[in-house]
Design a protein around this ligand. Structure first.
Ligand code: BDR
Ligand code: CA
Length: 311
């Protein structure tokens, strides 16, 4: 699978990249950074750092510095001031390319129509900007997998919204309504099932080599945050699960439903609004009583033991 990665590393983003690097059938063609866990220039530096550690050569483009319609808000309280739990280390050797993440996405999708899968692990600002640049983007990409949203479960950053959608609700709504024919949402409904506990963390820390050492450092920091939140030691592997489901859809079950994102609610901005009514005939859709949006494959139940073993 040829992948364009859009990401805000971010501890779990870095772990997702490490996961992808270990999969024979995954090729990271290019990376775009986005604001979210940290500002987008730092996210690009972190993506370069992780790619260099893994020996992956892929261009990294700096993406949107801020959301479409609200001020920038970042999440260093989860991921550390450097975005990598204090383990960022020396600056990367490489530098980001000069085009923006949205421009890079559009250029590559036009050059290789129907071949590329987009894996979006941060706020969807770059993807929304790319759709505005190239309205045919939905036809040019093979598929899209998004980590974000909370469909039928509580949010994490607010009672109703996950961090990625909350950090740019307008972008998330635009992308979910853009007409992508093959789009999968791996939201908190799925990722909150993947709480890695003490046993798994200890197993990872016992693995040899520089990659395991790096992962252990990241996880130590990340588990610190989640342990405080949940009361028992562990952490939630959001972005790695999205990467894993992209490569192996048998890891989860899915339900199709059109989705929108709440943009004006005082308490609910960034919440996913899912149309879980039975989708009826084309005539019903044409009558205007449905949202008219194409359905999204929403990941529901996850084979957690198999996923944690793979991780
Ligand atoms: C998402 O928000 C970020 O903090 C994580 O990297 C993940 O992409 C989870 O809500
Ligand atoms: Ca992320």
């Amino acid at each position: 699978m040829r992948i364009i990665l859009d990401t805000d590393p971010g501890v779990d983003d870095a772990l997702a990249i490490m996961y992808l690097a270990a999969q024979e059938d995954a090729e990271i063609v290019a990376v775009g950074s986005v604001h979210g866990n940290v500002p987008s220039p730092l996210a690009a530096q972190n993506a370069l750092r992780v790619l260099e550690l893994l020996g992956i050569e892929a261009p990294v483009a700096i993406g949107a510095a801020r959301p479409l319609a609200q001020p920038l808000q970042t999440a260093e309280f989860v991921h550390g001031a450097d975005g990598l739990g204090g383990r960022a280390g020396a600056p990367p050797l490489g530098t980001p390319v000069s085009e923006s993440a949205a421009e890079q996405l559009v250029r590559l999708a036009r050059a290789q129509p129907g071949e590329l899968t987009l894996l979006a692990l941060g706020p969807l600002t770059n993807i929304a900007l790319a759709v505005l640049l190239e309205p045919d983007l939905p036809k040019l990409l093979r598929s899209v997998v998004i980590m974000g949203g909370a469909v039928s479960v509580p949010g994490n950053i607010t009672p109703y919204a996950d961090a990625n959608f909350f950090h740019d609700p307008e972008a998330a709504d635009l992308v979910l309504g853009a007409g992508f024919g093959d789009i999968t949402l791996v939201g908190l409904d799925a990722t909150e099932q993947t709480r890695a506990g003490e046993e798994w963390l200890t197993a990872v820390s016992g693995l040899p080599g520089p990659r395991a050492e790096f992962a252990t450092g990241l996880l130590d920091h990340y588990a610190g945050f989640y342990t405080q939140m949940f009361g028992t030691r562990g952490c939630t592997l959001h972005d790695p699960l999205a990467a894993a489901i992209m490569l192996d859809t048998k890891l989860a079950t899915f339900r199709d439903m059109p989705l929108a994102v709440e943009l004006t609610g005082t308490h609910t901005r960034g919440q996913v609004v899912s149309d879980q009514r039975v989708i009826a005939s084309d005539a019903y859709i044409a009558s205007g009583h449905s949202s008219g949006r194409l359905p999204v494959k929403v990941a529901e139940t996850v084979d957690v033991p198999r996923f944690l073993e793979q991780m």
